[in-house]
Design a protein around this ligand. Structure first.
Ligand code: GLU
Length: 483
């Protein structure tokens, strides 16, 4: 692909933006940015019953969240009736399309006959009817659909960027409808007319559209236009190799956003759905993707969308973020989910203070509570953590008591001084690091998994840290006395 490309993303606003649609949008956007071309956004809203303004707004919002800005549009097919009418008039005048008066029963009979003959159930109307017959049918109140007169015998070849040449035998392609009996254009007509009218040079879309492509190419050629280049990108499957759906957890951009993923990590993961740079690189910033992306490296085999991989990738992107950007993004997300408000005054300050601690361990913002939620509640030791402390009650009392005594003597209470003091104390007591340090952390956080020991202590400050130490010691002592 050389020279600036004009590409488009053409969603139907009939639902939210799915992972598959977002991947199509991203690949097109990357081609536009990589080649210095133009990314057109076109809303295919001719299905008036299923298209909604809410879905349209949601798709635009998700594209914006992902950072996929468009240069032209959004164009709405519902507002382009004149363009289609002009194309339809041209196709009628040349005889490329014809009025088909066949009833549903007649069409079904054709399909049944074909099946009985072991032929593909391909439907064609009667192309030639004399004007008197047409007048009679119209007088009966029949309104025709207009079908494209597919040239038979014949074939159409797609030179596909991903799949190589793909040949379609016209015997397998029905005389597809281009104008419905109510006068509205079908998808195959509108998409073909638009791709020509908008000067689209490359159409990249999901493999599920490949059977539409020869039809759209026929329409374009009948209009005297040369079809663009095509690339049909592979299906997206879940980890179980079944077609990706809601069942797999997050299947839409909205779900991923709500699950606390970063847009740049989602973009990174989407890029790798069918595309690769080499066999090993998995982390890309958006700028790196723009530089590296090429359709030549899109694979034919289905791509697997793996949420667990996205988690890991998200963690890597979080750690790549500058500290201040990370804090703002974290606070923004926790505010948007109501987390901060629910934790009352001072919560935002605590979140900010804890941000550097969680940055090292977090894989999505949604993990924040698991790692740092203990900061916002009175000490509460979770059962699994209590089990660790009570495996050897006496030992726990000794090491926690030893740690507390040492910390109480500190003139200055910072992560650094806490670290030095506890490290020294564990040597003095002849303890292994883990056996000594884990109880300290559990004593104040109550959690088996949390932010690091020294920083957590420093974050609490001596007063609160000691109070938590004492509360844990008191509980252990009670258990010891009862034994
Ligand atoms: N509106 C179609 C869809 O959402 C896209 C068609 C195309 O890319 O040509 O599946």
């Amino acid at each position: 692909m050389t020279g600036p490309a004009r590409v488009r993303f053409a969603p139907s606003p009939t639902g939210s933006l799915h992972v598959g649609g977002a991947r199509t949008a991203l690949f097109n956007w990357l081609i536009a940015r990589h080649t210095g071309g133009v990314f057109v956004l076109r809303l295919e809203d001719t299905d008036r019953e299923r298209s909604t303004p809410e879905s349209e707004a949601e798709i635009l919002r998700c594209l914006t969240w992902l950072g996929l800005d468009w240069d032209e549009g959004p164009e709405r097919q519902s507002e382009r009736g004149d363009v289609y009418d002009a194309a339809i008039a041209t196709l009628k005048a040349s005889g490329a399309i014809y009025p088909a008066y066949e009833t549903d029963d007649e069409l079904e009979a054709q399909r049944a006959a074909a099946r009985a003959d072991k032929r593909a159930p391909v439907v064609r109307g009667r192309r030639e009817r004399d004007p008197a017959e047409i007048a009679a049918l119209e007088a009966e109140g029949r309104r025709p659909a207009w079908r494209f007169a597919v040239e038979v015998p014949g074939e159409t070849v797609i030179q596909d960027y991903v799949r190589g040449p793909v040949t379609f035998d016209h015997a397998q392609i029905e005389d597809f409808i281009v104008v419905r009996s109510d006068g509205t254009p079908t998808y195959n007509l509108a998409a073909a007319v638009d791709d020509v009218d908008m000067g689209i040079t490359h159409v990249l879309r999901g493999e599920d559209h490949i059977s539409n492509t020869p039809k759209q190419m026929m329409v374009m050629r009948a209009l005297g236009a040369a079809p663009p280049d095509y690339a049909h990108i592979p299906l997206i499957l879940g980890e179980d190799r079944k077609r990706l759906s809601k069942r797999h957890g997050a299947a839409s951009v909205e779900d991923l956003e709500a699950a606390g993923f970063l847009p740049q990590a989602v973009v990174n993961a989407l890029a790798l759905l069918g595309w690769s740079f080499d066999d090993k690189t998995t982390i890309f910033t958006v700028d790196e993707l723009v530089k590296a992306f090429s359709v030549g490296r899109v694979s034919k085999s289905p791509a697997i969308f793996d949420l667990k991989k996205l988690q890991v990738m998200n963690g890597r992107h979080l750690r790549l973020m500058p500290a201040d950007e990370f804090v703002e993004a974290l606070v923004g997300w926790l505010r948007s989910t109501g987390y901060i408000d629910a934790r009352g005054p001072g919560a935002e300050e605590r979140v900010r203070a804890s941000a550097p601690l969680v940055k090292r361990k977090i894989s999505t913002f949604a993990d924040y509570d698991d790692l740092a939620g203990w900061l916002f509640t009175p000490l509460e030791i979770e059962p699994a953590a209590w089990e660790v402390l009570t495996r050897d009650v006496k030992h726990s009392i000794q090491v926690i008591g030893g740690g507390l005594g040492r910390l109480e003597a500190l003139p200055e209470f910072t992560a650094e001084t806490v670290k030095d003091a506890l490290q020294d104390q564990l040597h003095v007591m002849g303890e292994a690091a883990r056996d000594f340090l884990e109880p300290q952390r559990i004593a104040v956080t109550g959690r088996l998994v949390s932010t690091g020991t020294y920083e957590s202590l420093a974050l609490l400050g001596p007063e609160e840290a000691f109070a938590r130490y004492r509360a844990t010691l008191a509980r252990l002592a009670e258990l010891w006395a009862a034994a």
